[in-house]
Design a protein around this ligand. Sequence first.
Ligand code: ADP
Ligand code: MG
Length: 348
Amino acid sequence: MAITKEQVINALKQVIFFAKQNNIVDLNMVDDLVVNENEISLTVIFPKLADHSVNIVSNSIEKTLKGEFGEQMAIKVTPVAEKDREMGPLSGVKNIIAVIAGKGGVGKSTVAANLAVALAKAGNTVGILDADIMGPSVPILFGVEGEQPGIIERQGKSYMVPLEKYGVRILSLGFFVKSDQALMWRGAMINKAFNQLMTDAEWGNLDFLVIDMPPGTGDIQLTLGQSYKVRGTVLVTTPQRVATADVRRAALMCRQDKLTIPLLGIVENMAYFIPPDAPEKKYYIFGKGQTELLAAELKIPVLGSIPMVGAIAESGDSGNPIALDDNSPIARTFAQLVINLQTELKNS
Ligand SMILES: Nc1ncnc2c1ncn2[C@@H]1O[C@H](COP(=O)(O)OP(=O)(O)O)[C@@H](O)[C@H]1O
Ligand SMILES: [Mg+2]
C-alpha cells in the first residue's frame, strides 16, 4: 500500500531536536516533503547549519523512516539554515566573499573594490556590499557618491536596487548615513542596517557578493558568520608586524566554533614601493616576510601582493578602480588574484 504524507509526518514526530526539546514536526522544521513509492525527500530547517545537531537530526530521520517504511526506502534530507529560507533575496547569490582586515587604512576597501571589478572582468556577475559603517568608502571608489539606490516593490515589500557601475552592483551604508551620524550608531542598529543591505536588496543572481567588512573583530563579523552562508574570507594586511598581528586576530575569529567561516587566503597590500621614476625597482619599505609567516601559520595561501603605487590611490580617489585599466600591471595582478581565489574556492 502506498505510504501517505500523513504517515511520514507521524513517523517524523519521533525525531527530536534536542536544542529545543521538541520533535521536528511540531517545531515546524519540516518542509518540502515529497513521498514517492521508493523515496521520501524533505527539507529540514535548522537555526543554523554549522552545528552538530544537523547531522544528528538528519541521521535520526533516516533511521526512523527506514525503520518505519523499510530499509529499501531512499531517504533524502536537505538541511537548510533558517536565515537562507527567510532571506529569499540572497538565494540567487552563489558565493559571499568577506574582505576583512585587522585595522583600518591597510587598503581593505581598495582591495575589495578592485577584486569586485576584476571578478566582473573575468565574466562573473558581481555585487559589492560596503558594510564599513564608520568608514564607507565604496561610493568614492566607484565614483557613485551622492547617488541613491532605487527602490522596487515586491508583494507589498520594498527592496533596494543596487546601483550598477563597471559591471558591479553596489550598495553601501554610506548611501544612507552621513559619516558624522554613524559615530553615534550602536551595535544593534548597525547590525540591523547590515541585514537590510543583505536581505532587503534586489541582488538578483550573483556569482560573487564581495563584502567590504568593517576592520577588526566586531558585531558585523558575528552577524555575518552566524546568519549567512559565507563562502570564505579574504584577509587584507600590510607587511608590518602590527598589521599582521591584528589581521591574525580577525582571522582566528572566523575560525571560532560558532562561525567557522573558511579563510581563503591573504592579500598583502602595499607589499613594496615602486617609485614612479624607476618602475623597475622594488623597495620593501614596510619590511618583508611577515605575511608569509602568517600565511604559513594559518595554512592559507598568499593570494596576491599589491605594490604601493600612486596610481592605486589616485584611481581610487577618482572613482576608477585600477583593475579596470587594461594597460596597468596592477590590473594584471588583480586578474591573477581572481585566478588564485577561484583555485582556492575549488579546493576548499
Ligand atoms: N597599494 C596601494 N598603493 C597606494 N595607495 C594605496 C594602496 N592601497 C590603498 N591605498 C590608499 O590608502 C588609503 C587607505 O585605503 P583604503 O582602501 O581606504 O583602506 P581601508 O579600507 O583598509 O581603511 C586610501 O587612500 C587608498 O587610496
Ligand atoms: Mg575602508
